[in-house]
Design a binder for this molecule. Sequence first.
Ligand code: GLC
Length: 425
Amino acid sequence: MSQELIERAKTIMRENDKGGYTVPTRGLYPFQWNWDSCLSALGFAHFDEARAWREIETLFAHQWEDGMVPHIVFHAEDEGYFPGPSVWETGRSTPTSGITQPPVAGFAVRRLYDRASDKALAEAKARALLPKIAAWHDWFFATRDPDKTGLVAIIHPWESGRDNSVDWDAALDRVPTEGVMPFSRRDIDHANPEHRPTQAQYERYIWLVQHFRRLAWDNAKLHDASPFRVVDPGFNAILIRSSSDLAELAQALGEHGLEARARQQAAAGVAALERLWSEELGQYRCFDRAVSRFVESPSVGGILAAFADIPLARRKALAKRIADLGERAQFVVPSHDPATSVYDGKRYWRGPVWLIVNYMIADGMARSGDHATLRRIVDDSLRLIELGGFAEYYDPISGEPCGGDCFTWTAAMVIEFLTHMGGPT
Ligand code: GLC
């Protein structure tokens, strides 16, 4: 069974491979996405290490001069996607979007390096990527944490990677829609509209893009000028984990200046994350920086914090949260708590399970030796695949596969679960 699943996963990855980059899925997402590529590289590493490195190299070939790594690289024209390059207008020779995504590259590159069988290749590739990833992290702390709080804000819901989460509702409601360009969405041509964001949300997403475009994508201005500024524990946990992994990698490569800076960034982040803890929810939650208010929303962003080296007591509390959620859902970890009225098991990031999120939480649990939680997450994830194939995401109660099909990072995570996370029971 496992071998058959691995073969199916490899086939999907190969089919979505465009040469130097993979598309998340054909049709719905026809370009290169930032965190998709970094996590997908882990899957490639199982059968083609050179190809795994290439995935991340291609992404970083499109890093901006200021250090930002964009959330989408539009390698080829495709009319089937909105908003395309003419909406972003970032002025790059290969067009890119103008916002970023969860910085998981530091983690992925360390993992590729540690596991590499071709050590010479790994050393050369990691050495070249190291300063680029460090520049991206420095960019985050400089432009998205101007007051030096230790935590960075996202300025568009799409930066979070959890695009349509309940966490953004109140902040997004403050984003105006006056003057938004007329547009026709393409996502609902490829996926069920009931699974996708609403039109009102989409108008605000596009308003923000137009607003940033008017500011010429100058990252020295965008943070303060954005009406949407939210500090997400999941996003920050990924940055913190990537910073500590980058420090380890820098140490192994004898880059001691980079090592010290990355360690300091990770330590400041871990300490600052504590401010997002909610005793009442038993997990972390977002902070709406634009209005200085916590977002009391029990979403998976606050559980994903387990990916960073948070205190053991916090990891244990998060494991308890997952066990509680597991009472209400057949399959953990739902992106929103089914006990809330806003939960929607099929709509984008408002309830469904994503395998990449499961993977990062499971990895955090493994680091603190919580094998029971790890087991539950791996078992549920693999059951979802057996029942519904390699979908974009799944309903946590019925297990129904939703969104796009034949998804690259889902396939990559299946390979990881089967080969490195204990496999099936
Ligand atoms: C959606 C997801 C985002 C992902 C992208 C491509 O926009 O919300 O996290 O990167 O699809 O898979």
